[in-house]
Design a protein around this ligand. Structure first.
Ligand code: AMP
Length: 276
């Protein structure tokens, strides 16, 4: 992969990169199609990265289907699928990690210790292997997007990071490979995530700027749905990801909720369009 990318670079070609864990949906395909507009060659990696899963998380049962994924990319114009095995990514003796200190601490960093260290480490490794000019991420995983941007800035890495809006199902549910885990009867409950973001935006548009008021109304709505267990509902600054008491410009509401056994996340930047 490294020498192929180097040969493209020597020919003056631009490389766009979309890192993924596979089991594609329209959200992944949207990133790939956008990447195609930005470069001569689009590389997509499929790698379920063990270091970003906690010991009690779903690493072994995370959905994987390479042939389905290859078929789905056919319409996107992707040029290269990079599909490395674990023993090449983390060979015996592996011991180097990248830790972005502050923006990884709140939100999912609290409930998934070590998760972002795994994410930034694998992205750093993949950037070194794929040598992209631009890498494309989804803002559905907003804290991941902010952490990667921070790492790239802090370590003077020579690539551009682009974030794209969340792609949703027709009913508003944010697309996710983990939606496959949802039981049929859990789907209405999963939808309360989107509904609660809409409620938050409506309250904000109506003049409410106090985070605590919006958070408590959102929590109330989510708790009313069956089989929901709130991990967090927070309102933060979009750059620092620290909690804010008053909503100003550039504030985001971020949620993580377990629906049955499936942990779902979603978010909305106040004032931006929230559409399906
Ligand atoms: P994953 O395979 O879940 O690691 O996701 C790979 C990339 O796709 C990440 O940059 C995600 O943020 C992005 N992504 C996942 N779901 C969506 C979605 N519904 N809309 C847009 N991007 C997404």
């Amino acid at each position: 992969m490294q020498s192929y990318s180097e040969s493209l670079r020597l020919q003056g070609k631009r490389i766009a990169f979309v890192p993924t864990m596979g089991y594609f949906h329209e959200g992944h395909l949207a990133l790939m199609k956008e990447a195609k507009k930005m470069a001569d060659c689009v590389v997509v990696s499929i790698y379920v990265n063990p270091t970003q899963f906690g010991p009690k998380e779903d690493f072994s049962k995370y959905p994987r289907d390479l042939y389905r994924d290859l078929k789905m990319t056919e319409s996107t114009g992707v040029d290269v699928i990079f599909y490395p095995p674990d023993k090449e990514m983390y060979p015996a003796g592996y011991q180097t990690y990248v830790d972005v200190e502050k923006v990884t601490k709140n939100l999912c960093g609290m409930s998934r210790p070590g998760h972002f260290r795994g994410v930034t480490t694998i992205c750093n490794k993949l950037f070194n292997i794929v040598k992209p000019h631009v890498a494309v991420f989804g803002k559905k995983d907003f804290q991941q997007f902010v952490s990667i941007k921070r790492m790239v800035d802090d370590l003077n890495m020579d690539l551009q990071i682009t974030g794209l809006p969340t792609v949703r199902e027709a009913d508003g549910l944010a697309m996710s490979s983990r939606n496959k885990y949802l039981q049929k009867n859990e789907r209405p409950s999963a939808l309360t995530l989107f509904r609660s973001l809409k409620l938050a935006q409506k309250l904000y548009s109506g003049g409410e700027k106090k985070s605590s008021v919006i958070i408590s109304k959102v929590k109330k709505l989510i708790k009313k749905a069956d089989c929901t267990d709130i991990d967090y509902v927070k309102i933060c600054g979009t750059n620092t990801l620290n909690d804010v008491k008053e909503i100003k410009s550039q504030s985001i509401i971020v949620l993580a909720v377990k629906v049955g056994k499936t942990r779902l996340i979603d978010n909305h930047v106040f004032g931006e369009e929230l559409k399906v």
